[in-house]
Design a protein around this ligand. Structure first.
Ligand code: ATP
Ligand code: MG
Length: 310
């Protein structure tokens, strides 16, 4: 599909568009300079199987931004845990509104003002449950990302321990590639690889406990980290959203008897399932029917309500 050109935002210059987000730097940033801050604008675009689909999900950019900000706040200590450093500029949490004044009106509610970090090229995936590509690999090999698992597990089962299964963040246009922990050591060095793993597992455990308290299972998720100016490993990107995570209804998971009943999801699984049934993964994906768009929007909005009470 052709995506709309990025918005003109006063005071900002567009530098990059990922599948879902558009990045801007302050307009006075020199061409070869690294700015201190970035504006990350979440669009309503939805991607699956590394393709941007059409149409978007109305309001998704705002829902995901609200959810990310809520989780950054939880992980900054609102959940009672230690403060995990994050990329939000100043006190751009739900409690502070100062940096928000720098966010143009046109994108308010779906933009975050962040510190620009030295991003690490690893997608830090943590899986607490077996499904998706992990389930496919387990059926074929008995492993998930090369890690051997007990026999007899089913789609949707809880794993004995949360697994850290990193992926190499491929350059624009290429597919991310699952890698072993050893490969991540080669890519970023032993110390950083271990820090990424430990921090990812810590955040997953905390977030899964919070989700559980709201009647939700956090089945799996993906984090991205970067180093700030002071060399502090910092949580970046979106966090624990329904784009980057699988969320299931905990009650349905406990009582369901089929995988479909057990994995009543608040994420883009509806989109993935529809595409898997209606597209052979050759060429451009077909347009999403209105009904799929609406159900996805409703799931995203419900998740936000369940977690934040909004
Ligand atoms: P791709 O970049 O391959 O298109 P993507 O589809 O995941 O991947 P988006 O999520 O749409 O891209 O765009 C967000 C981009 O911003 C990502 O490349 C992410 O790594 C980057 N990013 C997020 N937070 C920061 C930060 N604090 N500093 C620098 N870059 C960041
Ligand atoms: Mg991304």
């Amino acid at each position: 599909m052709t995506t709309a050109p990025p918005l003109e935002l006063p005071g900002w210059r567009h530098v990059y568009s990922g599948k879902v987000r558009d990045l801007y730097v302050p307009a006075d940033t020199a061409a070869d300079a690294t700015p201190a801050h970035l504006l990350v604008v979440a669009s309503d675009r939805v991607s699956a199987f590394d393709h941007v689909l059409s149409p978007g999900i109305p309001g998704k950019g705002e829902l995901l931004t609200t959810l990310s900000l809520w989780w950054f706040d939880q992980l900054a200590g609102a959940d009672g845990g230690r403060a995990i450093p994050n990329h939000l500029a100043a006190d751009h949490t739900l409690r502070g509104d100062d940096p928000v004044s720098l966010i143009p009106d046109a994108v308010r509610g779906r933009a975050m003002l962040v510190r620009s970090l030295d991003m690490q090229p690893i997608e830090c995936v943590v899986r607490g449950y077996l499904t998706g590509s992990g389930w496919a690999e387990y059926q074929a090999e008995g492993t998930v990302c090369g890690i051997r698992l007990p026999e007899g597990l089913n789609d949707g089962d809880r794993l004995p321990e949360p697994l850290y299964t990193p992926a190499f963040k491929a350059p624009m246009g290429e597919h991310d590639e699952n890698i072993t922990f050893e490969r991540s050591v080669e890519l970023v060095g032993a110390e950083t690889a271990a820090a990424l793993r430990d921090l990812s597992l810590e955040i997953y455990r905390r977030a899964a406990a919070t989700a559980e308290a709201h009647g939700l299972i956090l089945a799996d998720t993906k984090f991205e980290f970067g180093f700030d100016d002071a060399g502090v490993l910092t949580l970046a990107d979106e966090v624990l959203t329904s784009d980057s995570s699988r969320y299931w209804d905990a009650e349905a998971w406990r009582t369901g008897t089929t995988p479909a009943e057990r994995m009543a999801s608040f994420d883009k699984q509806i989109v993935r399932n529809w595409l898997a049934q209606n597209w052979d993964k050759q060429g451009e994906p077909p347009a999403l029917p209105d009904e799929i768009v609406e159900r996805t929007r409703e799931r995203y909005a419900t998740l936000l309500g369940l977690l934040t009470g909004a």
